[in-house]
Write a protein that binds this ligand. Structure first.
Ligand SMILES: Cc1cc2nc3c(=O)[nH]c(=O)nc-3n(C[C@H](O)[C@H](O)[C@H](O)COP(=O)(O)O)c2cc1C
Ligand code: SF4
Length: 704
């Protein structure tokens, strides 16, 4: 990891009349913890934790200026009535008490105001027809998910109303009144939401605004509504109270949408209207297709150029966002691409991000793995969960897992994957003595292998290892945990975290040598474990292992592009999380890949935005994807499968089984029978991948 002092990022900055201690903001992220628009203790704990963690200012998830009208959820903050002021004051007081600053995001959700649809009010739009989008990605959503997707709208069909002059005057007034309440409540700033497909952004964009009156057409006309809102808010809050405006720097997947040049043309009108800063985000027209482009990009620094384009066009501070990691953030501020940086998911994963940077503890920051688990919950109108930080939405958990125990015990953890490492870390922090046994030559378990196909997992796998060791866990690599080995350690508690059992399907030919389980594959690609196969393969892999090349995921990723002991035609049986990731990995390395999924849906274990993108990306790599495809037999050169009544064969040099994954309690049972106090976590208890591993480790750490 590149070391940096983060001098630019940690330098004080000015935003309107506000002096801020550093350049890192928490961008708006719906917590969905409000009760009918009222701020709850859960919301307060969430934002206070991020303020205490050092963020210069926290911005709340979008608040509805006309709540419940124009609202997307009954769980978002309401700003339309004085009854909401005490909740905002409590939030502001709590954030201020830890030295933070609080900004409230103001929004009218326009064409996506789910509450309006649920209550059969037409959605406010600049013009009709409202551009539609394809729903074919929902093929991979089971009925239960489709029903949950309809929660906020109660499954009703939207109707639209073209905003007239009276509507727009009302909207402007609602924003001004809401901002007035925010100020009265003692908050420090407002952010006007003119991005992400909500009402103001649809006026800004040629793709949604087909008006030919003073509200559409030229850049000045399209900006008029946002500028009038800014002007009205400014008149209400006076000079010195910061007003941020969030805009799209690019709209993905729609013709005529905003691009960097258009954003740079619109921004000066926003500045002239009295805004103190512009926050440059991005948005995808079709959330079911392009959500990983916007508003939550998967590519690091995806909107850097957009921020720079706006920065060149205005004289007020620009805030950048979009999967920005600390090193890049520092570089962007230093380069003058932006003045402030928002880090969203990074601060969901670790609220202490800024404090760790400023105290020289960069490597201790728990990395976000870009898995989209958090935001998936927003699609269901629920509070976000974080795969790597179980305290998200349950901030009190932090103290439970770090509080010292009254009676320290000797905890022997078997398995050095995410569940074992995280349990070891937490138990050690609580004061237990922890010994961890790992049978392989490296820590990380299946997550180590997952870094090859999902590089975003790599920083997290590294973090788990060094944090467990830093917490005091004693690690024994290359150690098989037999009953005798465990007994010799004299544990008080034994934690089995040995992961899943990967089996073979019960079909003829499954025992042929070219049929591989995940474990075989791991050995083949990393040179780990007992090597089988042709002499040359074994020699090359042994050489790789002795040169320690196969311990470096980056090098394995690069070298496997040149050579890999896998034939040309690869069949992947199972189109879940692992199957899709492997399919893309092989396809990127020139293999002809076919995925056979016996169920009706692909990528089910992935959070939806990631799943939709993974399915599309895999297909774009030329992978043949077959749903409802049941394997009947495997022959040395081909696989026979059936879809409905139709039987097919497909050529196969290698067959990878990514389907038969089961929780595995066998070791736990034999240790229990031997008289140990045994607990089981992670995939050994229930298949849950990284999220299941980390959450089950936290749950057990609370108990120990
Ligand atoms: C759970 C979640 C909820 C979000 N809700 C909002 C919101 O209410 N308003 C908004 O402008 N952006 C929202 N966003 C987008 C973030 O503000 C941010 O722009 C985005 O996450 C990209 O930044 P990141 O890559 O640093 O996470 C949300 C993001 C997440 C993860
Ligand atoms: S749930 Fe996943 S994407 Fe969201 S913050 Fe946590 S690690 Fe990051």
């Amino acid at each position: 990891m590149k070391s940096s002092s983060f001098n630019h990022l940690l330098a004080p900055g000015r935003l309107g009349g506000l002096e801020l201690p550093n350049r890192v903001l928490l961008p708006a992220m719906d917590m969905n913890l409000c009760s009918d628009g009222m701020i709850t203790d859960g919301e307060i704990a969430h934002y206070t934790a991020r303020a205490a963690g050092g963020a210069a200012m926290v911005i709340t998830g979008s608040g509805a200026v006309a709540f419940p009208l124009g609202a997307t959820s009954r769980h978002q903050p309401g700003l339309s009535d004085d009854r909401f002021i005490p909740g905002l004051t409590a939030l502001a007081d709590s954030v201020h008490a830890v030295g933070g600053r609080l900004c409230i995001q103001l929004c009218h959700h326009g064409k996506v105001a789910g509450v309006d649809t649920a209550e059969e009010r037409p959605l406010l739009v600049p013009s009709v027809p409202v551009p539609r989008f394809a729903l074919d990605a929902l093929t991979d959503n089971p009925l239960a998910e489709l029903l949950r997707l309809a929660t906020a709208t109660r499954g009703k069909t939207p109707t639209y109303r073209v905003a007239d002059e009276d509507d727009l005057a009302w909207v402007i007034g609602q924003f001004a009144d809401a901002a007035g309440r925010v100020q009265v409540a003692g908050c420090d700033a407002v952010e006007i939401h003119a991005a992400h497909g909500y009402l103001l952004s649809t006026f800004l964009s040629n793709a949604y605004n087909g008006r030919i009156d003073r509200w559409g057409g030229t850049a000045e006309n399209r900006t008029r509504l946002t500028a009038d809102v800014v002007g009205a808010v400014r008149r209400r809050v006076g000079s010195g109270f910061p007003i941020i405006v969030r805009i799209n720097g690019e709209e993905f997947g729609i013709e005529g949408g905003i691009d960097a040049a258009d954003a740079a043309t619109l921004a000066p009108f926003v500045e002239a209207a009295g805004a103190d800063a512009i926050h440059v985000s991005g948005n995808a027209h079709n959330p079911f297709a392009d959500f990983t482009d916007g508003p939550l990009p998967s590519v690091v620094g995806r909107y850097r150029d957009l921020a720079r384009a706006v920065k060149l066009a205005v004289h007020i501070p620009v805030i950048a966002v979009g999967r920005i990691l600390p090193e890049l953030a520092d570089e962007m501020v230093a380069a003058g691409d932006c003045d402030f940086v928002s880090m969203g998911r990074q601060q969901l994963a670790d609220p202490e991000l800024v404090n760790k940077l400023s105290s020289g503890r960069r490597s201790e920051i728990r990395p976000c793995i870009n898995c989209y688990v958090c935001v998936e919950q927003n699609f269901f109108d629920s509070p976000p969960r974080c795969a790597v930080n179980p305290a998200l939405g349950h901030e009190s958990l932090v103290s439970v897992t770090s509080n010292a125990v009254a009676i320290p015990r000797h905890v022997v953890v078997i398995g050095g994957g995410p569940a074992g490492l995280e349990l070891g870390r937490l138990a050690s922090l609580r004061g237990h003595r922890v010994t961890l046994l790992e049978r392989n030559d490296r820590l990380g378990g299946t997550a180590w292998f997952s870094q090859l196909t999902t590089p975003a997992n790599q920083p997290f796998v590294d973090w788990l290892q060094h944090e467990a060791i830093a917490a005091g866990v004693t690690v024994h690599l290359g150690t098989e945990a037999t009953v005798d080995v465990v007994r010799a350690l004299g544990p008080d508690v034994v934690v089995v975290a040995t992961g899943a059992r990967r089996g073979l399907p019960d079909v003829p030919g499954a025992d042929l040598p070219h049929v591989h389980t995940g474990d075989d594959l791991r050995a083949m690609i990393t040179g780990e474990g007992d090597l089988e196969g042709p002499l040359l393969t074994r020699v090359v892999l042994r050489a790789g292992r002795s040169l320690r090349i196969t311990l470096d995921p980056e090098r394995v990723r690069t070298l496997s592009k040149r050579w890999m002991p896998i034939g040309r035609d690869v069949i992947v049986v199972g189109g879940g999380l692992v199957g899709l990731e492997l399919a893309e990995f092989f396809a990127e390395r020139g293999r002809t890949v076919t995925v056979l999924e016996s169920g009706a849906h692909l990528g089910l274990a992935m959070a939806m935005p990631r799943r939709w993108t993974a399915v599309r990306a895999t297909a774009a790599h030329g992978v043949q994807l077959h749903r409802n495809a049941v394997v009947e037999s495997i022959d040395p050169k081909y696989v026979t499968y059936r879809v409905g009544d139709e039987r097919h064969t497909v050529s196969a040099d290698d067959v990878v089984i990514a389907s038969d994954v089961h929780a595995d309690s066998s070791l736990a049972e034999s240790l229990s029978q031997a008289g140990f106090d045994v607990r089981t976590i992670g995939d050994a208890a229930a298949i849950g991948y990284i999220e299941g591993a980390i959450h089950s480790a936290w749950a057990l750490a609370e108990e120990l």
